[in-house]
Unconditional design. Structure first.
Ligand code: ADP
Ligand code: 5GP
Length: 200
């Protein structure tokens, strides 16, 4: 309305996608460390927690039934079946509240989710993280030591599909050297903050 007190801009919605193991998590962690005011969107997932992952922090770990209920009640902004086995989705409330309140928020989601978010919120800033090579990607996935051989093969196959959707992202960031790539992600964020207006 223009008469109410409130932030003079909506928050920035940063969407980060790219194949599993490319380093999205590492890049986002560093961005959040450098800019603690940026909020992290905690996704829901039906996959089991990895050692060290905390419920409500890394993900909301939910049952298939609970996930289905959230979908039906419209509680998810987007959701997708990722790697053909587990469901992942973004709770709608925290995203809408952050943007409304002028807080910036970052989503780490797959290309299907990214497409759905962009359709609903065209102002989203879309970033695709690419590996220097397929060999690097496989080594990082294996080196993380969190997935079985079968899961690694599934994720490598999905990487090709993820790549084929790179064109819908405004930014493509190659994660070769982590420190440099962190600076690139930060540069995108800082540039977006300086935009005079935000449109789809
Ligand atoms: P994602 O979130 O995309 O699945 P992670 O952030 O978990 O990927 O990274 C996968 C693995 O690769 C982790 O062990 C991480 O420390 C490592 N990694 C991330 N970026 C780089 C990089 N630039 N060079 C080498 N290893 C990296
Ligand atoms: P991981 O099992 O390695 O934590 O995540 C696997 C992939 O799931 C990530 O690379 C990311 O692309 C995707 N993902 C995580 N959260 C969400 C979400 O809320 N929605 C969608 N669509 N994908 C997600």
């Amino acid at each position: 309305s223009g008469t109410q007190a409130g932030p003079d801009r909506r928050g920035i919605l940063l969407v980060v996608a790219g194949p599993s193991g490319v380093g999205k998590g590492a890049l986002i962690r560093e961005l959040l460390r450098r800019h603690p005011q940026v909020q992290w969107s905690v996704s829901c997932t039906t996959r089991a927690p990895r050692p060290g992952e905390e419920d409500g922090v890394d993900y909301h770990f939910v049952s298939e039934a609970e996930f289905a209920r959230m979908c039906e009640q419209g509680e998810l902004l987007e959701w997708a079946l990722v790697y053909g086995c587990d469901r992942y989705g973004t709770p709608r409330g925290p995203v809408e509240q952050a943007l409304e309140a002028g807080r910036d928020i970052v989503l780490e989601i797959d290309y299907q989710g990214a497409r759905s978010v962009r359709a609903q919120l065209p102002e989203a800033v879309m970033v695709f993280v690419a590996p220097p090579s397929a060999t690097d990607l496989r080594e990082r996935l294996a080196g993380r030591n969190t997935e079985s051989d079968g899961a690694i093969r599934r994720r490598m196959r999905s990487a090709a599909v993820e790549f084929s959707h790179m064109g819908m992202f405004e930014y493509v960031l190659v994660n070769d050297e982590l420190e440099r790539a962190c600076n690139d992600l930060e540069a995108i964020y800082l540039a977006e903050r300086m935009r005079s207006r935000r449109c789809g």
